[in-house]
Design a protein around this ligand. Sequence first.
Ligand code: ARG
Ligand code: ZN
Length: 886
Amino acid sequence: VEIFRSDYKSPANWVTEVTLDFDIYSGSTIVKSTLSVVKNEGSTVEKGDLILDGDDSSVKLKEIYLDGEKLNSGSDYTLTSSQLIVHSSCFTGKSSFKLETTVSIVPEDNTQLSGFYKSGSMYCSQCEAEGFRRITYYPDRPDNMAKFTHVKITADADSYPILLSNGNLVSTTEKDGEGRHSAVWEDPFPKPSYLFAVVVGDLGSIKDSYTTTSGRNVHLEIFSEKENVGKLDYAMESLKNSMKWDEDKFGLEYDLDIYNVVAVNDFNMGAMENKGLNVFNTAYVLADQKTATDGDFERVEGVIGHEYFHNWTGNRVTCRDWFQLTLKEGLTVFRDQEFSGDMGSNDVTRIENVKGLRGRQFAEDAGPMSHPIRPESYVAIDNFYTATVYSKGAEVIRMYNTILGEAGFRKGMDLYFERHDGSAATCDDFRAAMADANEADLEQFSRWYTQKGTPTVKYSSSYDPSTSTFTLDLSQHTASAPDNEPFHIPVAFGVIDSETGAELVESQVLHFKEASKSFEFKLSSDPKGTAVPSVMRGFSAPVKIVSEASPATQKTDLLTLAAYDTDGFNRWEAGQKLYTEAIFTQLAGDDVNLDGVYQAFEQTLTSPKISDDSIRAYGLMLPSESGLAEDMDIIDPIGLHDARTAIKKKLARKFQAGVAELYDRLTKEMSGAPFEVNSKAVGKRRLRNTCLDYACANKDTDEEVIASAQLAHKHYFEANCMTDQVAAMSILSNVHGVPEAEKLRDEVLSKFFDDANGDALVLNKWFTIQAVSSKPDVLEDVISLTSHPEFTMTNPNRCRSLIGAFTANSAAFHAEDGAGYKFIGEKIGILDAMNPQIASRMVGCLISFKRYDENRATKMRAELSKILEIEGLSPDTFEIVSKALS
Ligand code: ARG
Ligand code: ZN
């Protein structure tokens, strides 16, 4: 059934208090609940029945009492596959009452990983968005905020010494005659059911503490399986940094005496912000030198921050209904991005986030699942935990910050908490707080919440020396949603003198609200060279930016910006645009003039002005295939891959000496230095590995292939950390057809596997690197890896590491014979029966068939049609596939 945003009604009754009793036995868990219910005087729902959600594929009702009286099925209540409806006749005349239910569930059989389930030797829960209804009958909607006053957990004491839930520990009991013990937890803050959590297991942990500015001493503890306790330190550091940052930046303090985090092997998403008890996918919490790349460390910091920041933006103020999801997610992603930038480098973080947005969100917005950051309808809400809601949502929040300024944004945040703390709010509430706190007009800005698609902003400029007037002409249009009304687009803007590099117009934010508009600026003096516009500095809006100048002017403008722009993001962006244009010229089969590209590359390679090695590295890297694909109407995945590879090879040849020299210099500088994770050390590794990549790209003859493989092989064996090992192995995994080089490849792959020694997250890398290889027979490798003893479809991380990674290997997945599609189609069928959330995410790789040629589109559509015919297909997968085919 499709649910619409416009249909929101507050319920007839509220549950205000809850007690829960979990009695856990192997093969069966009994859950007793007592709900205190009051009538909702403000409700406009006609019937006053008490509606409780419950998924009868998971929950079996045993008993039900109302104020101590047993209720009868049919006359007193109705049970459907998804609801328990207690007829209002059972409580007419009562201003409040208590409803007690007993249900049984089987966490051991819960392969969906939603609700209460078993992961390895521990039990854990995931309730967002609608998992609580798989634990017990309850109004499982975020506007019902209740106090969970008493949550008792009982389990075998030897197998499950750790018993956790939200809030504060009230009491425990010792092992009884049957070997069982229990704990009681209480959460003083009212919360919606999606923030509830229970964890039970034999876990190890590390402990620390944090004292808030107002003097609250908070006990911090991070739990994991015992063998992983040595990999929790970075998460703990990140947690303390997050707590400090939120105090400094937003004046927001933690509000309980305990903050627990648990690492879980089997988890559908990244992590979950349950009040006082975060549950994390191990991939976003475990990290050490031997097993985690710099990217992994960065993700741990970001996600630890993200979940911590949710305590205010998500928990203290939650969402009225799931259409408002971006209210907490967009805002919290913005906050975690700002945090990561402040911990490392703001420019580097910005570049990484924009790359991610372009590669994923732009693609989503150009496909059949395109939706506004606040969707109008859904079938399965889990399908809307998307790049659009999260990443574009964060860009929309960033635009408030850009429009109102940092101080104005803070004022808006303060007012938002003043008005809505302790309640369930909407996106309009947030916008109103921002507007009211600043007396700003944000009416037109609301279109970012109602209109989908990626706008394109075109610009051109001119300079009139007779009046010293610089004119910038802007126009906006959204190709995928042509009926869109103009957006309020903040355009951060400046003008650079091509000759001197001087800033002729100081950086400022233009408010572009029309379909097209000209902005004029008086220059204080004539430019020595030409006046070059720098638009959308810092990527000030989630749009595509296109210059309408002649190709020759564009090229010289980009060279100016790459050299002189005062905005770090746009300096990088200018280089990327030069590379992009070269790759597309190559793809079109035209003669490529690489003068400009060479100039930009050389400058990036050698300029002493670049002080951050990460910036230098990102400046040398070509745009990703997924980012480039978004600039094509019909995507040619193989042509794109080949064109990008060709340009890379040309750069590698031309700068062979310079790249080798930089590589050697960095090798010397880094040798013997202790392993550290900070922007300086990370930057050095990033730059050195980028040099390695170029040094190894230079290979036409067998001799060159062997020399490349030898270099990567040496890099691998001299590596002191996972980042460098992965860099080398990724290069080697592409080797094929030259036996001497293949020997080196196989040696490294098997050494890596052996050294992993069963570590799940390291093995995931081993699977992924092989799945994204450019070998022509990569699909055969992937198919044979699906029978590897370490492969399993039941663990989402492992499944993604092989199957998901292969779908991201665009040239291979989109092989012309359709073998990639067929392989994935079959896997989705199997997956859907086990875990619909993972299956429906995976099917996303087939839905954008309109972006491909007729041959590919036909084959993709055929796989989708087959999936649609699967008996018992989940609503999740059904929603995605049917929307794509309609
Ligand atoms: N709120 C979590 C996070 O962003 C995501 C949980 C989503 N889970 C799901 N099954 N849809 O931090
Ligand atoms: Zn979140």
